[in-house]
Design a protein around this ligand. Sequence first.
Ligand code: AKG
Length: 305
Amino acid sequence: MSTSQPPTFKPFRLALIQLGQVTSDKKSNLAHAREMIGKAASGEGAKKPDLIVLPECFNSPYGHVHFPVYAETIGYTPGQAYDVEKSESDSVKVLSEAAKEAGVWLIGGSIPERDAADSHKLYNTCTVYSPKGDLVALHRKVHLFDIDIPGKITFKESETLTGGTTINMFDTPFARIGLGICYDIRFPELAMTAARRGCHAIIYPSAFNLTTGPLHWELLQRARAVDNQIFVSMCSPARDMSAGYHAWGHTMVVDPMATVLAEAGHEEEIIYVDIDPAVFHSARAGIPVTTQRRFDVYPDVSSAA
Ligand SMILES: O=C(O)CCC(=O)C(=O)O
């Protein structure tokens, strides 16, 4: 939990990697992610980004049967220093090196994680790195993707995964950024709590599908953005119709007025967005819902952030 004063919100440049080529070979998935982080960090001829984001489950195929096979032990405890060089996780080492090489903040998508204390417990986990390569935050997907839409899609992450139990965020010199993973966006309570704890943006490494993508991908991001008057972004893998899971793509960034600032197609692509705090401040000044809440009328919702 972070209830300290957030950093002053300053303009920053965000790069989202809609990563392709996620195969059954973890080494090549990591190598490709690293190459794409380097490419994103170059700004491709424009301004270098401050923060780069990868999608959900970028080092393994997506599916509950794959999680136990690809899971890595990270052993991170919030608030305690973490020695990346001694990490048992190859993915953590690669992401840390990539962030350091590129000199950027990095939200390292998500990977299947094995609990260091209880090897039967697996999580869908996002790790975050500073430009020095330090592991600074970790989010375990709180809400597991268990859905059944007959004839369309059945998916049960809880077959092999355990849900996380904490809300997570990190501070940079330019903003406080909240974390969620994919299905987490369907739960307004998580975004609301993160926003009330001072997040200026919430970023969700994600992988919607061809059924719920067209229905809810944009709607949920715009809803969380306008509810909380924050920036919201979901970063998807590219679509691969030869894979077992068909990702929606359409990596997106939405501003606090619910305007879609950028949207990818469904191929591998990097999108860049300049985040302007003026939109955050003018949304909150013009439509001051953040200070008009009537907790006396809905006592089920705590007034404490
Ligand atoms: O909520 C949805 O429709 C999709 C969620 C999902 O794909 C996930 O949590 O990985």
